[in-house]
Design a protein around this ligand. Sequence first.
Ligand code: UT7
Length: 332
Amino acid sequence: MTKVNATITGVAGYVPEHRLTNDELSKMVDTTDEWIMTRIGIKERRILKGEGKGASDLGAEAVKILLQKTNTKPEEIDIVITATVTPDMQFPATSNIICDKTNIRNAFGFDLNAGCSGFLYGLETASKFIESGKYKKVILVGAEKMSSIVDYQDRATSPIFGDGAGAVLLEATTEDVGIIDSKLQSDGAGRIHLHQKAGGSVKPASHETIDAREHYIYQEGQPVFKWAVSKMADISVEMMERNNISPEDLTWLVPHQANMRIIEATAKRMGIKKEQVMINIQHFGNTTAATLPLCLCEWEPQLKKGDNLILATFGAGFTWGAMYVKWGYNGK
Ligand code: UT7
């Protein structure tokens, strides 16, 4: 029987207009452009402004662009999966809201939370729906309004995160392209280092939780950094080795954009040059589940059919993973 692969047939990204620069942030918390550039590598991040706007507004914009670019009608879509840690509401799922805002009415949808690895987990999930043969067109969205959970009085976390969204269309192919291999991992013991303390079922919102500023991201930077460097590098090297990809064979590393130093350490361990790495952290910061599709979208014009890509992530959970993708079409 011919093997069916899931392949990405289109990609779109959307970021809100407002730019929060390091200089502007330095007026809000005790930090400097120099510290942020040296330690993280971010120059500015985008912020979604306006009352009543959430992750779905960013995701819906990305989906609208994706449908237009790929010449796809909303009614052709079978499934919409949204990876996010900043859903519009606890329920219903942001996917359902995105479908409503984009007129996708013949699909089912659900959200997936795997921290900064959400998009990679989503690709794994979406690809299985396609490979089953039952579903023809699946949209995966990564959409985050990180500014809704960032404490702009905390200098340790406020420089890092930004808002944005990206979306890809997945379809079946019998050609030797698409999602070829993947390995995903998680370790819930890592939750002590990176989480949001209140607002879930363990500690519902109360006056006390608000006074204690517990509805924001809590991160112990150093242990997360150490885990991220070792896990993302190890799993990316493993993905290269088990698919016989030499550093020269690899066209692009598409890493989660959390910290320039983590990206550089991963590239070094893989034995690849910086020119082989998609990096846009300086413009957008860490957009959590949206970093990978925002990279793919920016580099899409340069991508060629058959290019070897390794996608790699690390995030809250802890969650991490790597995926080998043979790109399926020539970018325009
Ligand atoms: O995407 C999800 C996964 N998350 C990550 O991958 C994040 C991983 N962690 C990191 O990227 C880094 O740990 C951070 C960027 C969060 C922090 O960088 P660091 O080099 O680990 O700094 P640090 O926390 O060890 O702090 C070093 C110093 C401290 O001062 P003292 O104690 O040495 O006097 C901090 O108080 O830098 C200080 N500091 C700052 N100074 C100026 C912390 N934040 C700031 C700031 N501006 N924004």
